[in-house]
Design a protein around this ligand. Structure first.
Ligand code: F3S
Length: 419
């Protein structure tokens, strides 16, 4: 593999033991990926931030103790611990102590403690064409698709190696020729009212991810301009049911002003039509619970944005949840502070809801065993929760989630899906 003079110096240890370790891992992985060279990156987002066991804690602490420093602005994904509220949940003390050590190790390397899976909704949002090395599937698909920044799907541990060296393998979605669409997904006869609804996008994402798997889908036929949060929900769903790291939406996303541009002038390898029946099926697949029994509502996967907090506050203002149904919002500290200033946090507290910051309840051992059935408006959470936290899930709109928390049992408004 072609290495620069500086790459070789780092490999020799001229920049210290930690940088040598990071560069050694990076070069080995770049060879596995078939890269001919490395390229410069100007930002990174680290997903190895959740304490999942001794090995990843030891890796982070070893790098930090050897003096590792990130070479580019580097944001941090969710951690394993909500430092402020963890004692309100049955988080084991031992876990909390190790999760905290893990967080501190990344902070010692000079990373920015954003602790969020939606770094694209912070001031660290990258720009079009920027070469970055990001971990976290929903962040990757958003950066590539909605912003037009360029990142591969960086796995845990490789992300921090890129951040320390400021380099990444020159392969995959870093290169223009690999960003062309493969698969055309044509929306057929989807009512405009449904396309306007937030609940449409996670379901479409779930369907698209399954259909595309590791191909790049080009979505055609959306009659409205979806919001940033709707595209975020679509991407998170597609990156969960499939390996989607980039999608194009014709007339919406920056590399798809036209169908031809989205495919870079090539022919699609396949054309698939998606209709209302397909989406009804996809929506049903996202629920694993039956009946009306409900213990908890979770919203904020990916982390709730300020705009989503505002929508939630309007729905819950002056109301109080049923005592049987807990209500949790997950977000980052920045959004929580803004929501506090705007009065949305007090609306949530008056409603009887809680907020968790810095973390993710799929990753942190927060949920009491008494919680058996959870309702969410996130396709990603619905997809992973049954396997990862062994809970039954109901997928619904934000309005369904709020109405169910008010009533104390599952309440769904299906009208939009049956027009
Ligand atoms: Fe974020 Fe956790 Fe969901 S990392 S995207 S809140 S599963």
């Amino acid at each position: 593999m072609k290495l620069t003079h500086n790459d070789r110096a780092v490999l020799r240890g001229d920049s210290g033991a930690a940088a040598r370790m990071a560069m050694t891992i990076l070069v080995r992985m770049a060879e596995v990926y078939g890269a001919g060279e490395l390229l410069d990156i100007s930002a990174a987002h680290i997903d190895s931030t959740i304490y999942i066991g001794e090995a990843n804690l030891e890796f982070a602490e070893r790098l930090a103790s050897q003096g590792a420093r990130v070479a580019v602005p580097t944001t941090l994904n969710v951690s394993g611990l909500d430092e402020e509220h963890w004692k309100e949940w049955p988080v084991p003390e031992d876990w909390a102590e190790k999760a905290l050590r893990h967080m501190k190790a990344y902070e010692r390397m000079g990373c920015i403690p954003t602790w969020t899976c939606a770094p694209y909704q912070t001031e660290m949002k990258p720009h079009f064409g920027q070469q970055i090395a990001w971990g976290e599937s929903n962040a990757i698909v958003y950066a590539n698709s909605v912003i037009g920044a360029r990142t591969e799907r960086y796995p845990d541990l490789l992300d921090i190696c890129c951040a320390i060296t400021g380099r990444a393998p020159a392969v995959g979605l870093h290169l223009t020729e690999n960003r062309a669409g493969d698969l055309l997904v044509h929306l057929h006869d989807i009512p405009a009212a449904l396309q306007k609804a937030d609940a449409f996008y996670p379901v479409l994402g779930h369907w698209v991810g399954k259909a595309a798997q590791n191909r790049i889908p080009v979505i055609e036929g959306v009659s409205l301009k979806p919001s940033e949060d709707q595209l975020k929900a679509l991407g998170a769903g597609a990156a969960s049911s499939g390996a989607t790291a980039l999608f194009h939406m014709v007339g919406v996303t920056p590399e798809a002003p036209t169908l031809e541009a989205a495919f870079q002038g090539r022919e699609p390898s396949e054309i698939i039509t998606v209709g209302l029946d397909d989406l009804r099926t996809a929506r049903r697949e996202l629920s694993t619970a039956e009946g009306e029994s409900l213990d908890m509502v979770v919203v904020g996967c990916p982390h709730l944005s300020f705009s989503e907090f505002k929508d939630l506050a309007h729905l819950i203002e002056g109301k109080h949840r049923h005592p049987k149904v807990a209500f949790l919002v997950t977000t980052n500290r920045g959004v929580r502070e803004r929501a506090q200033g705007a009065g949305y946090l007090s609306a949530l507290e008056s409603f009887g809801g809680k907020v968790a910051v810095d973390t993710c309840i799929l990753a942190a051992p927060m949920l009491p065993p008494a919680i058996r059935t959870i309702m969410t408006n996130s396709a990603k959470y619905a997809y992973y929760a049954p396997g990862m936290v062994r809970k039954k899930v109901i997928y619904g709109s934000l309005e369904d989630c709020v109405n169910s928390a008010l009533r104390g049992s599952v309440t769904m408004d299906d009208d939009l899906w049956h027009t």
